[in-house]
Ligand binder design. Structure first.
Ligand code: 0X9
Ligand code: ZN
Length: 440
């Protein structure tokens, strides 16, 4: 028995190092993840205040009913005391235990894939089928792990090289650390003008890895089956930005798995980073945002102060008459949010349309394997937060269909075997949203 315990402990320790878990989790030893059920409005308000003003707590999810957050060992006792005085119930788990469990199932046996991915035997393959099968094989590998920045870029440029008639690879500008904010434009009839634009972006928050994969899967699936999507793509250009925050995304791979903001550094300050989703120019810094640069929701020095924000704004403003759909893909919670998110009880004039399109998309997503999304404004379901893309696109640019999606998951690390399924179900939602673009 003792031997068994020693072995499993040793395995566990070796496993952590071997699996590369140490690099981007260094410094998180002793952290605890809390799942708190808010009894009443007071407890919720208390949590919102902590999210905005307490830079030592990191909220992964905060809704009216519950929150998920991590707390440092230094703050543990104090935090638990405040939970007791609020009288709320909660569960806790050591963060490292959770991460080890997630990491353990992160290598995925590829033979678990659907039959549709299976290849024919070498001799059965028609000559003409080979490149297609090779592409499928590559895609199979690509959607079974979380790629680094350079892998994302080569996947994108690979698609553009393979489908030059239908796909253009470009850069919207550079990030704080000089990385390209890469984009793909997909369109069937580049001669049809003007084409309406469906704009979709992901990874505004560095740690929300699954979001990038769903947007890349959309590009891959559309381009590999163009004929099936002729109607959807008839007069629509699809513009995809899978990594709005490439610096934050890389940082989560190399240094800090839970990094949310961009990597703006300020001379003389130890804290860094701006929350890009608080930096847009709609009710900037009004609510749910902070001017403390250590805060997870630091809104920056001014609206659009960040190169990542202004790259997106420049593109959307330049194309404002053509862009009919803006989707900002986040993780997690299974929500589709429409404006406004900056304040409660502020109803946009076209709320009926916004709601019905959201419901249709949620319904399409559910058809794949029953995943149930909740739709509404983020101010009513989550918390009031201003300076986000959804409000800016709708309120400032008049883009009629503007949404934030929160993909499924219980934490930021969707297990590797589930990536493809989240991609497929989300694809159905994306297509439903895009179908509505032609109506404007
Ligand atoms: O708070 C956010 O930026 C988004 N949630 S996340 O957990 N991914 O950080 C929600 C933004 C919703 N939209 C507005 N508040 N306008
Ligand atoms: Zn997010």
């Amino acid at each position: 028995m003792w031997q068994g315990i020693v072995c499993s402990l040793a395995l566990c320790l070796v496993g952590l190092a071997d699996l590369g878990i140490a690099n981007n989790l260094a410094g998180y030893e002793g952290y605890t993840k809390y799942t708190v059920q808010h009894g009443d409005e007071d407890a919720f308000k208390y949590m919102v205040d902590l999210q905005t003003n307490d830079a030592e707590l990191d909220f992964w999810l905060l809704t009216r009913n519950s929150s998920v957050l991590t707390v440092s060992p230094r703050r543990k006792t104090q935090f638990e005391a405040s939970l007791s005085s609020l009288g709320v119930s909660y569960e806790m788990q050591p963060l490292m235990e959770l991460m080890a469990a997630l990491q353990a199932n992160s290598s995925f046996a590829e033979d678990n894939y659907d039959a549709e991915y299976e290849e024919c035997q070498q001799e059965e393959c028609e000559e003409a089928e080979r490149p297609r099968r090779r592409a499928r094989r590559q895609a199979r590998g690509f959607f079974s792990h979380y790629p680094r920045y350079h892998e994302v870029l080569s996947f994108m440029s690979g698609l553009a090289a393979r489908y030059p008639q239908y796909c253009r690879y470009e850069s919207l500008g550079r990030s704080n650390e000089g990385r390209h904010i890469a984009a793909l434009s997909i369109s069937l009839n580049s001669r049809v003008r003007p084409r309406r634009v469906a704009y979709i972006q992901a990874a505004t928050h560095g740690r929300e890895w699954i979001t990038t994969q769903t947007v890349l899967y959309l590009a891959y699936e559309l381009l590999s089956n163009l004929r099936a999507f002729t109607r959807v793509l008839q007069d629509v250009e699809i513009f995809l930005v899978p990594l709005v925050n490439p610096d934050g995304y890389e940082y989560t791979h190399t240094t800090d798995r839970f990094w949310r903001k961009n990597r703006h550094r300020y001379a003389g300050h130890s804290c860094s980073g701006v929350d890009i989703n608080r930096n847009f120019g709609n009710h900037w810094n009004y609510q749910g945002a902070s001017q403390n640069l250590c805060s997870e929701v630091y809104s920056g020095t001014a609206p659009n102060s960040e190169p990542e924000t202004s790259a997106v704004v420049r593109y959307l403003e330049f194309n404002r008459n053509r862009v009919k759909l803006s989707l900002d893909v986040h993780s997690f919670g299974k929500f589709i949010f429409y404006p406004y998110g900056y304040a409660k009880n502020t109803v946009p004039p076209t709320v009926g349309t916004l709601r019905s399109v959201a419901l249709r998309a949620a319904n399409q997503i559910g058809r794949y394997r029953g995943t149930r999304y909740t739709t509404g404004t983020s101010a009513s379901i989550l918390y009031e937060a201003s300076g986000s893309l959804d409000d800016f696109a709708y309120g400032n640019l008049g883009i009629p269909l503007s949404y934030t999606l929160e993909l499924p998951g219980d934490e930021f690390h969707v297990p590797a075997h589930d990536i493809i399924h989240v991609c497929k179900e989300t694809f159905a939602g994306f297509i439903e949203f895009i179908r509505h673009v032609s109506l404007y």
